[in-house]
Structure formats: C-alpha cells, structure tokens
Design a protein around this ligand. Structure first.
Ligand SMILES: Cc1ncc(COP(=O)(O)O)c(C=O)c1O
Length: 400
C-alpha cells in the first residue's frame, strides 16, 4: 500500500532546499563513474581521536554502572569537567549544577534550543551566511528569520547598526558564531562587548556557537561570549568536542551560560532524549583534561594544511586572506560565477568536492568553502588537478 497521502508536517516544508543533498547525489554519481573524489566538502575532521580518550572510553565500557540510562542533565563529573575547562581556557566561572548541560553534539542543542524558546512568528536574527542549524532550527520552530547579511568589506562581522529598531525590538534570539563557519572570520573582543550591549538594550537572547575556538593559529586566542561582563545574564554559548578532539562521530557537545535558558533546554530534552551514553561522558571528561600538547597538535595539523593550500592556490592566482582560525578556507568565486555553478564546475572538472557558499544562506553567494580535511599529499593532488584543468576560467553554467 502506498502512503503517498501522508504529507510531512508544514514545519518540514518551511525548510529551504538542502544544497548538501544535491551535492551528495552528484558525488555518488561521480563515484559510480569511477572518479577518485577528493572530498573537501564537509567539516568532518579526518584525524583519529587522541588515544587517551579512546582508552578511557574502552575501560568505561567495561563498567556495568555505565550501561543504564544516563542522568538527564549529564553526569556530575562531566559537568564539572566542562566548567573546570572553561575556567582554565577562558577564566570564566560557571556552576556545574545549572550553568552547564551536556548535549548529543552541539547541532542537536542549537536546534533544540530553538524548539525550546521560539514560538511561531517570533523574530530570530541570524547572520547570512551561517552554519545551517542556526537558521534551520528556528525555521523548524516556526520562527521568522531576519537575515543579517555579512560582507567581506566589514570583515564578515555583524553590522548591528544596520538592524532596524522595529526588528531589534521584536527579535527574541540572535544566533552568531566566531571564529565563523563558513567565513573563517574572527571577532575582536570589542565586537562581543557591542553585541552584549545590543542584546541587553533590546532584551534579546544571545546564542553564541564556539565550535572552532580551539582551532586557532599564530597565537590568536578567540574570545568566549561569557568573558564579557553581563553576558551570562542574556546569553549561552555552545561548544563541541567534535572538532577539537576529532570526536565528530561520538556526538558530544555542551552548552554553558544562563541557567534559566539552560533549564528550558533541559526541560525540552528531558522529553526527547536521555543524553549521552555515560561511558562516552567519561571519555569526554578525559578529553577536556588532556594536556595542551593535544590542542597544539590539532592546531598544527590545520595550520600546516592552511598554509600549504593558500600557497598553492596563490600560485594559481587565487588570493585568499589567511584565516586566523577554523578548519576552512572561504574562497571568492571568479567574477560573474555563482557559488553553485563554481562548486559543480570544480567537481565535474577535477573530482574535488567543495561546498557552495549559498548552502549557508543567501549571504554566502559568490563564495565556496574548502574544508582542510585531507593531508598535504591529497591537497597537493587537488592543486595539481586545479592546475591541469585551469579551473579558474572557462566556467560553464550548470543548472542544479
Ligand atoms: C559552527 C558549528 N557549530 C556546530 C557544529 C556541529 O558540531 P557537533 O558535531 O557538536 O554537532 C558545526 C559542525 O560543522 C559547526 O560548524
């Protein structure tokens, strides 16, 4: 029997088409034709999780007390490890019993926060381009997105002065993310101070995504929203172990900050999930207690790749600013070429997968993102293919 008459809920129809899904289809076709794809599309770290974390998980797995449902609010010791880590990294003091909540990855939490706090019709300020859950979560919740278009000439920082008063007065939440995916932009401390003042003035909840703060280079130290005086009264910050510790598949993240907001998210999650497998929370504690040499290793890996690729692309005539953080390069398309056409053209001519900037919202049009998720040998192969195909020029228009 066909179930064609069952239609998905309206909230699913409100979502813009998923460019990644179309890209996946094209990748599958290319693979089926025997193309040796170099996939620099997703932000999926290619390294192994550090051995002490894997060892901690193995021994925690042997312990039967970890085999039942974990506590809804996460284990007390993981929450304490989170707040200890925040004190060490950012000098921020947090109460492990109300100002920190483990998550099944920060994507889960970012989206569930929208469900916990956004009513249909609520205005949500979201930069464009941005990490898709920052707008897809609010859309699923029925929110009205007011896109804050970011521009290269403003260093991809949000232009708070450009937000009309009538919008700021209606806005309930502002999502933002520095160091940024996809633009790689970083924000100075003064910017965070301005955002906090703005949010306090208009009574807007600040949701800052700190996913890439540990992947910073050349001595740059990103700012945590919670370092700013008064931020905890109006904000929360999401973090993840996925990038810092190569743990994307483990699904471990957390949110810290305003206790009232965290309590709301916790109430929602109590109705949806049971949290992270307790053995993995033990391993995650180990991750947060690792000596800094592990951070330096991961930073070195991405910095080396960044420099290698920037040099090679520079020789091909692509001038790209050097990112101070993240695991990406954000590259302008040749004049007159759209993101999708450019990404598809690269895929078809070279078998290299990059992400079209418009996958991150209309503000990403005119750019593509390259993830630094392959070693320099493989990146060198990508450069050779670019060189041979003269990819910069002669771009056909391809309909997606
Ligand atoms: C800005 C940003 N936040 C969060 C995430 C997701 O992290 P997690 O693996 O914890 O869900 C990503 C993943 O690419 C990201 O780019």
């Amino acid at each position: 029997m066909s179930l064609n008459w069952i239609t998905p809920a309206d909230r699913l129809r409100s979502l813009p088409p998923y460019v990644f899904a179309r890209l996946d289809e094209l990748k599958a076709n290319a693979r089926a034709q025997g193309v040796d794809l170099i996939d620099l599309g997703m932000g999926n770290p290619d390294g192994a999780t550090p051995a002490p974390i894997v060892e901690a998980a193995c021994s925690a797995l042997q312990d039967a007390k970890n085999h039942g449902y974990p506590p809804f609010e996460g284990t007390a010791s993981f929450r304490k490890a989170i707040t200890d880590w925040y004190r060490r990294r950012y000098g921020v003091n947090l109460d492990p019993d109300g100002e920190a909540l483990p998550l099944l990855g920060s994507k889960e939490g970012l989206t569930h926060l929208a469900l916990a706090y956004i009513n249909p019709g609520d205005v949500v300020l979201v930069p464009s381009p941005s990490y898709p859950p920052h707008f897809r979560g609010p859309l699923i919740a029925g929110g009205e997105i007011y896109p804050l278009i970011l521009k290269a000439e403003q260093d991809w920082l949000i232009d708070l002065a450009a937000i009309p008063d009538r919008i700021a007065e209606r806005a309930k939440i502002l999502y933002f993310n520095y160091p940024s995916n996809p633009t790689t932009a970083t924000a100075p401390r003064e910017f965070f101070e301005e955002v906090v003042a703005f949010a306090r003035h208009y009574q807007i909840l600040l949701v800052h995504d700190q996913a890439y703060a540990e992947l910073a280079f050349d001595g740059y130290q990103p700012t945590s929203l919670l370092e700013i005086p008064g931020a905890k009264e109006i904000g929360v910050e999401f973090h993840t172990l996925s990038k810092t510790y190569n743990m994307a598949g483990w699904r471990v993240g957390f949110v810290v900050g305003n206790r009232h907001v965290i309590q709301g998210l916790r109430t929602l999650k109590t109705n949806l999930d049971y949290g992270i497998f307790a053995a993995l929370q033990t391993a995650a504690e180990t991750a947060l207690q690792l000596p800094d040499k592990y951070l330096v290793e991961v930073q070195d890996r991405y910095r080396t790749r960044r420099d290698f690729l920037l040099k090679g692309l520079g020789e091909l005539g692509w001038s790209i600013p050097t990112p101070k953080a993240t695991m990406y390069l954000w590259i302008p398309c040749p004049p007159g070429t759209g993101s999708t056409d450019f990404a598809l053209s690269i895929l078809q001519k070279t078998g290299v997968v990059v992400t079209p900037g418009n996958a991150f919202g209309a503000g990403g049009e005119g750019y593509v993102r390259i993830s630094l998720i392959a070693d320099c040998d493989r990146l060198g192969e990508a450069l050779d293919r670019f060189r041979q195909s003269n990819i910069r020029f002669d771009l056909p228009t391809i309909a997606i």
